[in-house]
Design a protein around this ligand. Structure first.
Ligand SMILES: Nc1nc2c(ncn2[C@@H]2O[C@H](COP(=O)(O)OP(=O)(O)OP(=O)(O)O)[C@@H](O)[C@H]2O)c(=O)[nH]1
Length: 449
């Protein structure tokens, strides 16, 4: 399961790379800490800091005090390095390192300044992350990205000033830690907007890719002439600045676009809700219920099953309005909707199709099932408690009429039959359920006519 988590893989790789690097120092295997012969090496403290940071990030969130302690240790190393403290250089000589390394003219006690700044930004970013300031954490990682990116361009363009003492190994580990930090803070903007699956995000990702590749590739074509003219440094800086500028521009536009898209989606959702949901009871409105019922009818024809339709009407509802006011009537309707919804199955459809009239569609149900549901509903409504009405006046009751889809082809005929049963329930004294005893098929009705 852990291997499905990208930050875990990035952190593990960083952990392994830094461990191997330290092992290289200990065992005298130079290529483990100096990936290019005669090129810059990953300093022993850089490897140690990378190791501590990756361990801190890999630890479970519950071990936050250990995480803080490790980060603090790294911070102390970095501050000592940046203030040029002699002590740090001395400490490195205490490490048991083969003389072949320490005697080499290429051996350096000091971590490169660009590496120190990158690590400092990463540590601060991780601290923000632990504190819960994810956006700030992301911003620090974003700025930290500048250093390995600049070094990488330096390596490709062969401008030593650009990578200075940052080895390719340090570049890789730095990129892995930045990637892990990004993945940890993915749920907040601007990264969230950049990674969004919607059009804005997708477009921004392409823009980002080309915004990097195009200046980078053009620079690669032109850099040799600049090296000859001695202006390679300035040209390299121009390319890095250009890439950075494009990154910022694309990120900002992705955030704005994402915001616009989010509000558009919200509006669409609102409109869809308005078109299908009854605002008072939050049940389906008449239109949507009819649409669902038609769909269920077609399905029942295909699967050769029976569907039942119930019509439910509040008894003497006018009395509630006239006695306790319209607001009380609304309150009763809302409570009624809650009771009906909780009394039916998830696959049933409930809608408010008129003032105090509700309809329930019961797919795959026979007469006994429909009767059980209808009686259960009637009883539940009669036991319903609405403060201000049932405690002062009378219980609320409903009349229910029902008809089945058996032998019927259209929804209208089911509705008419159910309405007749509802009328009968009202006529026979209210607070009653009347279901058609023997649904008459259309062809029989036609024959009778
Ligand atoms: N509070 C409230 N009242 C509504 C709403 N829609 C319709 N009504 C009222 O519901 C009442 C329906 O009254 P009638 O059709 O006479 O039915 P009834 O009083 O329930 O009588 P029976 O159905 O015969 O038992 C009317 O007074 C409508 O104004 C609504 O959304 N809120």
């Amino acid at each position: 399961m852990l291997f499905h988590s990208p930050p875990f893989i990035a952190l593990l790789l960083c952990f392994l790379a830094s461990s191997l690097c330290l092992f290289g120092y200990w065992s005298g295997i130079e290529w483990l800490f100096r990936p290019q012969a005669d090129g810059p090496a990953t300093n022993i403290f850089t490897a140690l800091c990378m190791l501590l940071i990756s361990v801190a990030a890999l630890l479970r969130p519950a071990l936050s005090s250990v995480k803080w302690a490790l980060l603090l240790l790294v911070l102390i190393f970095l501050l000592l390095r940046m203030s040029g403290v002699w002590l740090l250089q001395q400490i490195s000589t205490w490490f048991v390192m083969p003389a072949v390394i320490t005697d080499s003219p290429l051996f350096s006690h000091a971590m490169g300044l660009n590496t120190s700044i990158m690590l400092l930004l990463l540590v601060i970013g991780m601290g923000c992350q632990l504190w819960g300031y994810l956006r700030l954490a992301q911003a620090f990682s974003f700025v930290a990205l500048f250093f390995p990116l600049q070094a990488l361009i330096g390596y490709v363009y062969q401008i030593p000033d650009f990578y200075a003492e940052m080895s390719l190994l340090t570049v890789t580990m730095g990129l892995l830690l930045i990637l892990a930090n990004f993945l940890h803070t993915m749920q907040v903007d601007p990264l969230h907007a950049l990674m969004s699956g919607h059009l804005g995000g997708r477009l921004a990702r392409y823009q980002m890719l080309f915004g990097f590749l195009v200046p980078f590739a053009l620079g690669l074509l032109l850099v040799s002439s600049f090296i000859e003219s001695g202006l390679a440094n300035r040209f390299g800086l121009y390319v890095v600045a250009l890439i950075w500028f494009i990154f910022i521009l694309v990120t900002a536009s992705a955030v704005v676009q994402d915001k616009v898209e989010r509000s558009r989606r919200k509006m669409e959702e609102h409109l869809r809700e308005m078109a299908t949901i009854d605002p008072l009871t939050k049940l389906y409105n008449r239109r949507k219920l009819i649409e669902n019922a038609r769909h269920e009818l077609e399905l029942s024809k295909r699967t050769d099953t029976t569907m039942w339709g119930l019509l439910l009407d509040v008894d003497n509802f006018k009395l509630i309005n006239d006695t306790a006011g319209h607001a009380m009537g609304d309150k009763v309707l809302v409570e009624l909707a809650r009771v009906i919804s909780s009394a039916v199955r998830k696959i049933d459809h409930v809608g408010r199709i008129g003032g105090e009239e509700f309809a329930i569609v019961l797919p795959g149900t026979d007469r006994d099932g429909a009767l059980t549901v209808a009686e259960n509903l009637r009883e539940k409504v009669a036991a319903m408690w609405v403060p201000g009405w049932t405690d002062s006046y009378s219980p609320i009751t409903v009349s229910i009429g029902g008809a089945s889809s058996e032998g019927r082809v259209t929804l209208e005929t089911i509705y008419t039959a159910a309405d007749e049963q509802l009328y009968a329930a009202k006529h026979n004294g209210r607070n009653r359920v009347e279901l058609e005893p023997d649904p008459q098929p259309d062809w029989e009705l036609a024959r009778q006519n």
